[in-house]
Design a binder for this molecule. Structure first.
Ligand code: AMP
Ligand code: GLY
Length: 426
């Protein structure tokens, strides 16, 4: 089968690597891809906002499955346009992608379905938001309603911070994403991510992971898209996972079906493990980045079989996904300046040496310059990923590979996996 993968980051390199291993995949295309993805796929220039161009490409190349990596094309309705042409697509419809695209939509759905989540109010003006803040008090969480590249959330410890965040959002700091805000009760606990596949009716759990959002060691500094991750997150015990499936994921899929907008694709739940049990922080309508990298590193099933069954609404008829019990861990190498303006063009060498140590180096933001040299071309540049018998051994293998890289403009956190390593003990 010919497959088209859309996206250009580390998540898509990990998907490409796993898709290409499938005997069901005879030809893999990626648009736009990156130099790492190019080792697995033929990269093509396609404008994903031009739905007609994507459809024409799929028809010309007899594409049997389209895999959409990032959220923007989902929220833009690309999967609807492709499905209308009879193409098999992995990724939710525009309506279903509101679970990620509108925080207010998701909160209202949770309220209707009795899904445990932080108490909230929606506000469409600064005055209404300030009013709501008065009812919540600090600490409190303020969220831009729409997509804001992971940056539209402020956890305010004081009322002054909260009021400033509201004013920033209504001043247009996040463009249209901030035209409406959600004010939320502050939840306390440890966070874990949980991934499930669903075709709208059947739900199959994939795996858990834990991300590291702050840029600096010890979870300090500004938020990022994620500086590293590991899987599984054992803090989400089998018992808590069962609760999350029964009280959060299951009711969500059912509520979406009842609302006439069945959700098909991967459902990524950000959970807060509170004293009262798991509560939903947010949904994403796609795999996490860099969580996908550790999931793919552990997955033993055929990814094409899974994603195709999901796209064709027959998840109930295939074997459940299998994962290695061995943990995987990924360390993000970012370019100096990230999460502000990253320095572009820094030379990257030593990937072969790093991989010779047993790690896999996924490309997130790389390019090849005119001289053929691999260079940094984004904030998050490489995802150095390894597996081991414990999180500690996976971590040691990943950092050994990091140290074999020669990327003078790069930096990484040195403490990825610290919570789990501490739990594993000496
Ligand atoms: P989100 O983009 O919704 O995942 O939010 C980004 C981060 O903000 C989360 O990963 C949490 O660390 C934090 N956060 C979001 N909502 C809450 C909440 N209600 N209580 C505490 N922390 C939160
Ligand atoms: N790593 C967080 C995300 O993909 O949203």
């Amino acid at each position: 089968m010919h497959i088209l993968l859309l996206g250009a980051g580390g998540r898509e390199h990990a998907l490409a690597w796993k898709l290409a291993q499938s005997p069901l995949c005879s030809k893999l295309y990626a648009a736009p891809g990156n130099p790492g993805i190019a080792q697995e796929a033929e990269c093509v220039a396609l404008d994903v906002t031009d739905h007609a161009a994507v459809i024409a490409f799929c028809n010309d190349q007899r594409i049997g499955l389209v895999v959409i990596g990032p959220e923007a094309p989902l929220v833009d309705g690309l999967s609807d346009s492709l499905r209308a042409e009879g193409l098999a697509v992995f990724g939710p419809s525009q309506q279903a992608a509101q679970l990620e695209g509108s925080k207010g939509f998701t909160k209202d759905l949770c309220a209707r379905a009795g899904i445990p989540t932080a108490g909230y109010e929606r506000a469409t003006s600064a005055a209404a938001a300030h009013d709501a803040l008065g009812r919540f008090g600090a600490p409190v969480v303020i969220k831009a309603d729409g997509l804001a590249a992971g940056k539209g959330v402020v956890v305010a410890m004081t009322m002054d911070e909260a009021r400033a965040a509201v004013d920033d959002m209504f001043d247009g700091q996040f463009g249209d994403a901030g035209a409406e805000v959600v004010i939320e009760e502050f939840l306390e606990g440890e966070e874990a991510s949980f991934f499930a596949l669903t075709d709208g009716a059947t739900i199959v759990p994939l795996a858990s992971a834990q991300d590291h959002k702050r840029v600096g060691d010890g979870d300090t500094g500004p938020n990022t898209g994620g500086m590293g991750a590991y899987s599984p997150a054992r803090v989400l015990t089998p018992e808590l996972e069962a609760v999350a499936m029964a009280r959060i994921i299951g009711p969500t899929v059912k509520a979406m079906q009842d609302a006439g907008m069945p959700y098909s694709g991967v459902l990524y739940a950000g959970l807060m493990l509170t004293a009262k049990g798991p509560q939903l922080i947010e949904y994403n309508a796609r795999f996490g980045d860099p969580e996908c990298q550790v999931l793919m590193m552990r997955m033993e099933s055929d990814l094409v079989e899974l994603l195709l069954a999901c796209a064709q609404s027959r998840l109930s008829s295939i074997e459940p996904p299998r994962f290695s019990p061995d943990p995987a861990l990924t360390v993000v190498m970012a370019a100096e300046g990230y999460p502000g303006t990253p320095r572009k063009g820094g030379a990257i060498r030593g990937i072969d040496a790093a991989e010779a140590l047993g790690a896999k180096v996924f490309h997130a933001g790389t390019a090849t310059d005119a001289a053929g040299q691999l260079v940094a071309n984004g904030g998050r540049v490489l995802n150095v990923t390894a597996r081991g018998g414990s999180v500690r051994t996976a971590r040691d293998a990943a950092y050994a590979a990091v140290d074999a890289l020669d990327f003078a403009d790069g930096f990484c956190r040195r403490d990825i996996g610290w919570r789990e390593v501490a739990r594993e003990g000496a």
